[in-house]
Design a protein around this ligand. Sequence first.
Ligand SMILES: CC(C)(C)OC(=O)NCc1c[nH]c2nc(N)[nH]c(=O)c12
Length: 376
Amino acid sequence: MNFELITTDSGSNARAGKITTAHGEIETPIFMPVGTVGSVKAITQEQVRDDVQAQIILGNTYHLYLRPGLEVLSLAGGLHKFNGWDRPILTDSGGYQVFSLAANRKIKEEGVVFQSHIDGSKHLFTPENVMDIQRTIGADIIMAFDECPPYPSEYRYARKSMELTHRWLDRCIQRLGDTQPAYGHEQTLFPIVQGSTYKDLRKASAEYIASRGAAGNAIGGLSVGEPENEMYDMCGLVCDILPKDKPRYLMGVGTPWNILENIALGVDMFDCVMPTRNGRNGMLFTWNGVMNIRNKKWATDFSPIDENSDCFATSGYSRAYLRHLFVAGEILGMTLASIHNLAFYLELVKEARRQILAGTFATWKTGMVQQLKTRL
Ligand SMILES: CC(C)(C)OC(=O)NCc1c[nH]c2nc(N)[nH]c(=O)c12
């Protein structure tokens, strides 16, 4: 994997770059739609490619390991062949999902014992077998096995958790070095910075992760319920330590304004379930702010969802019609809302990139952040 840093904004730490992977290029800043179990919920791969114009999507080790399982994925020749997405894929390591989804999980030095949320079967994830699982899935970018501590966490817990994450990272690196890609294409490991919201721990974790010399680095453990300004403080502190010539990926973030604020701090990659999960619930993000399409006020508004969006898949549908679909519980409502929100998130980061290349991002961002927060 290669990262070309094209330019840094004049008035902020925002950067425009290009990542090259075996399955194609990614222009940064980038938003990565979440396709947890191998599909971006409610929309086809063609809509993700053509209407959303996504350049990379996420899969998840925990979910894919449990269903469809490694035998099916291996026989299919990996996830790209199985789901037909031939562009880049990033898989999260399952660390976060084991802590948030699985039952009766027990963390030990060796790894995490847990029960499947699907059928209660018992499993063990270790840094080693999570690397093997991600090799079998075949994602272009794979995440280290980490513990995302709950928020808030006592200082002692956060420190011990961070130190475990660092030891697990070294075991991931070792295992990856001892194995080969399963399908011939390069797979790149991103380590994950932890340390909760403690400045000294975040600094120590960022320095440790930076010292591993990986091709890209991720920031975990944020957007877990902490106040936004704490997220920004931690992210800024970590970005100032992570190498400038490698992409920085802020996991699980966020709202459109969170994304712009963190781009200004030096983040290049984002993922979040908000545009799809909240979209399926009728929450629409637009250039003029956030709207709940179920609100009665849209019942006879026959204008398009967002005049400023150039997503043709949704510009042909009115707010009134979309509200009707949600009120009637029509599946098409979830599809249109998901396409709209994701297309908006991709337009947002594309415009941010344009502003960075023009050297006007910092001033543009300040006005845009307020506009995006508007409740319509
Ligand atoms: C609560 C939400 C999901 C919004 O954010 C976070 O939890 N943010 C943190 C996060 C998201 N995904 C991760 N994957 C891994 N391996 N580690 C992490 O810390 C995270």
